[in-house]
Design a protein around this ligand. Structure first.
Ligand code: BTN
Length: 334
């Protein structure tokens, strides 16, 4: 199938320009050489360099002196990512945007257009990042990971929420491997660190009554944000805020996609229990946690009592009744 074209996606040749810079870090390359190697005019090279500077890439120099990168930028270009994903389901189609409204919106579009499983949609910045329950997702430029994966699993729609929990497990493993930090998973889709939100997952799907046609799993991780605006400042955190160190978004993302692929294959092979058993171990919210569950106007407190087979959270209310939570927000009720 021919690839669906995506308006606004980063021009492949512009990504080659970045790769050329990255491979010749700190060496000055003339505009003429860049133009020749990439196959564009010198004026296009100049325009692209201006564009890169606008998004914060520190390109030094001028057309006649040659250009060089002051620092290799942490940009998630498909070329760089692909070299780390050889042989992976997620190394085949990587769509990069410097800016888009929502990678989930793009993912849905690709899904409807028949794009095969494994497409990865990445953005340096989202202008209308989507969160759960109609909330927005703060997506500051070049600091977080904003990624959506397109999947076509042969599962029933009731099993799709397990992919959200599974993505949480993949993120948990990737963050631990890269930073040594142990994130907590708050059912169903939050990544938590020291009581603050580090990331979230938003799964959306298109399905028949019995079969999923496609699922998109959108993952947002706060990586190098130094601060958050307004009320987020007390609720959100980033890896940088916790460790004081910048983390490579590229390395973390590559690890996340590797973990995700392993977890996904295992889920398809072994079914729901491969997710629920591991989620129960990794999450302090699964069993014995006093929580408040809020769903619209309704709200109650209770103690978590494990996960039902399809991944729904069970909560024992104060009257002793066990309730299965289908949707709603779960918060600590200490
Ligand atoms: C949540 O916790 O509310 C879910 C947040 C999901 C955010 C990610 S960022 C990449 C993808 N694109 C979106 O518009 N949302 C998801």
């Amino acid at each position: 199938m021919a690839s669906t074209s995506l308006p606004g996606a980063t021009d492949k040749r512009l990504a080659s320009l970045l790769a050329l810079f990255a491979n010749n870090a700190t060496i000055s390359i003339s505009g003429a050489r860049i133009a020749r190697e990439i196959g564009v005019s010198r004026s296009t090279v100049w325009r692209w360099i201006e564009q890169l500077r606008e998004v914060g890439v520190r390109v030094k120099g001028r057309p006649h002196t040659g250009y060089f990168l002051e620092r290799v930028p942490d940009i998630l270009t498909p070329e760089l990512l692909r070299t780390k994903l050889k042989g992976s389901l997620f190394g085949k189609r990587i769509c990069h945007f410097f800016r888009t409204d929502s990678t989930n919106r793009v993912g849905m579009e690709l899904g409807y257009a028949g794009e095969p499983e494994g497409a990865v949609i990445l953005a340096e910045e989202q202008s209308a990042g989507r969160g759960r329950a109609g909330r927005s997702w703060h997506s500051e430029r070049g600091t977080g990971i904003y990624v959506t994966l397109l999947l076509r699993p042969k599962i029933s729609p009731v099993q799709a929420p397990l992919l959200t929990m599974m993505a949480g497990l993949s993120a948990h493993a990737a963050i631990q491997a890269r930073t040594g930090l142990q994130v907590d998973l708050k059912w169903p889709n939050d990544l938590m660190l020291n009581g603050k939100k580090l990331g979230g997952i938003l799964t959306e799907m298109y399905s028949d009554t019995t079969l999923v046609r496609f699922v998109i799993v959108g993952i947002g991780i706060n990586v190098n944000q130094e601060k958050f605006p307004g009320e987020l400042s007390t609720m959100a955190t980033s890896l940088r805020a916790e460790t004081g160190k910048n983390e490579s978004r590229l390395e973390l993302l590559a690890r996340l996609l590797r973990e995700f692929e392993n977890d996904y294959n295992r889920f398809l092979r072994e079914g729901a229990s491969s997710v629920t058993a591991r989620f129960t171990k990794a999450s302090s919210y699964a069993v014995g946690k006093k929580v408040r569950v809020t769903n619209g106007a309704e709200s109650f407190t209770g103690v978590t009592a494990g996960l039902a087979p399809e991944g729904l959270l069970q909560v024992e209310r104060e009257d002793g009744k066990i309730v299965t939570v289908i949707a709603g927000d779960v918060t600590d009720a200490r």
